[in-house]
Write a protein that binds this ligand. Structure first.
Ligand code: GCO
Ligand code: MG
Length: 413
């Protein structure tokens, strides 16, 4: 009889260009499972949560008991929810699914109901300080095979803006936009909502004129607008037929999206900073959004995200999983196994990791014809090379903060 008890739980940190926190479990029989627990800019808090509080509880538990372990860690914390707790639970849950699929000798998507589609439509991030740079970036993404593209640009009068790779502060050596900067304190950016609202509709008009009506286009407002500003932006962008407009308002008060919805038919996506199904209740039941942004990594794992997607499907709301570079290849692989299986897949964000990151995790997922597809070997199809990982030790990095250009007061970043 096989011994599926959890025999070891290691918390691994590596920084191949950016920090990643990974949980590695082994069963007594030596079957290995990986889970991603990276919380950008607060990595060591999850390391401690996992190492000091969860790892000791996992030893000796049956790796097969995924639901019971989820409930044990969630209900057992008493202090429920929150990004640190839910990232830690997500890592355990993902590692257990990886193990179960390996024990079954199947790629994980088979255990989630099997393949519903050839692959997951993925969108990439085009950005530029101005229109010529933006157009070059869109062209380069089309050449790389992307069939859907997020559009972010510089705003006249602002030095650096979220989502724009060529901002002076963005780190010139990066292959793409990476918001976390290796600084001891966060970089400060500036913001001016009126300048932003004046500029963005013209950007989409120009992109549609250049690239035509077919290409699915997305935009991220990154939680910066008031409800009425968001409503105005959604309405102004209607002629350009966006695939979605993301995170228009801060995430804490989801009821404000009623006001936005009243005024615009531009599809709305939200949830990359949500942690649980309860954060979505009002949004689903009142049909205030069209896409769910939560990743496996920050919403309690595969078990919990599957539950969120099933609930969303009742309201014809689709998945749109967060896939920035700070979700590790382990978190991305988990999203792809779910993505090919669920009935209400929408789109998957795909920023591509650095070559150094892929050397650590050796993901087997593929990107072709605009679709990302999980690997076909048993489990998640990711690994962890200790030797390569250890050559990239943790290095502190923080997301920027935002201050209003007008008076220097803090604003949402
Ligand atoms: C996105 C996100 C990211 C976040 C980042 C923070 O849509 O991809 O908004 O760019 O800012 O994940 O860690
Ligand atoms: Mg976003």
């Amino acid at each position: 009889m096989s011994n599926t008890q959890i025999a070891s739980a290691e918390v691994l940190v590596t920084s191949p260009g950016r920090n990643f926190v990974t949980l590695r479990l082994h069963t007594a029989d030596g079957v290995m499972g990986l889970g991603d627990a990276t919380v950008n800019g607060r990595e060591l808090a999850v390391v401690s949560y996992l190492r000091d509080h969860l790892a000791p509880l996992l030893l000796g538990r049956d790796a097969h008991a995924i639901e019971d372990t989820w409930q044990y860690l969630y209900r057992g914390a008493y202090w429920r929810r929150g990004p640190i707790t839910m990232a830690a639970i997500a890592a355990v849950d993902t590692a257990l699914w990886d193990i179960k699929a390996k024990l079954a000798g199947m790629p994980l998507y088979q255990l989630l109901g099997g393949r519903s589609r050839r692959g997951c439509l993925a969108y990439g991030h085009a950005s530029g300080a101005d229109l010529p740079q933006l157009f070059d970036s869109v062209r380069s993404h089309l050449e790389q095979g992307y069939a859907a593209i997020r559009i972010q640009t510089g705003i006249p009068g602002l030095d650096s803006v979220y989502g724009v790779a060529t901002s002076p502060n963005a780190g010139a050596s990066r292959y793409d936009y990476e918001p976390a900067r290796p600084t001891v304190a966060p970089v400060e950016e500036q913001w001016d909502t009126r300048a932003y609202l004046r500029h963005i509709p013209g950007v989409f008009e120009a992109v549609r004129a250049e690239f035509g009506p077919e290409l699915p286009l997305l935009h991220d407002a990154h939680h910066r607008l008031t409800p009425i500003q968001a409503a105005r932006l959604g309405k102004a962008l209607e002629p350009y037929d966006l695939f979605w407009l993301e995170d228009v308002t801060p995430a804490e008060n989801t009821a404000v999206l009623r006001r936005v919805r009243e005024h615009t038919t531009t599809p709305l996506a939200i949830g990359e900073v949500f942690n649980t199904v309860w954060d979505y209740r009002e949004l689903f039941e009142e049909q205030l959004i069209d896409y769910v942004r939560s990743p496996v990594t920050h919403a309690g794992g595969i078990t919990a995200l599957r539950r969120i997607f099933d609930y969303a499907s009742v309201y014809q709301i689709k998945s749109g999983v967060h896939g920035p570079t700070d979700v590790s290849p382990v978190g991305l692989a988990a999203a792809l196994h779910l993505g090919v299986a669920i009935p209400n897949f929408g789109i998957q964000e795909y920023m591509k990791h650095s070559p150094a990151t892929d050397e650590v995790f050796r993901p087997t997922y593929t990107f072709a014809g605009g679709l990302l597809a999980p690997g076909d070997e048993p489990g998640l199809g990711v690994d962890y090379d200790d030797e390569v990982a250890d050559a990239h030790p943790y290095s502190a990095a923080y997301l920027p903060v935002n201050r209003l250009k007008l008076d220097g007061s803090m604003h949402d970043w």
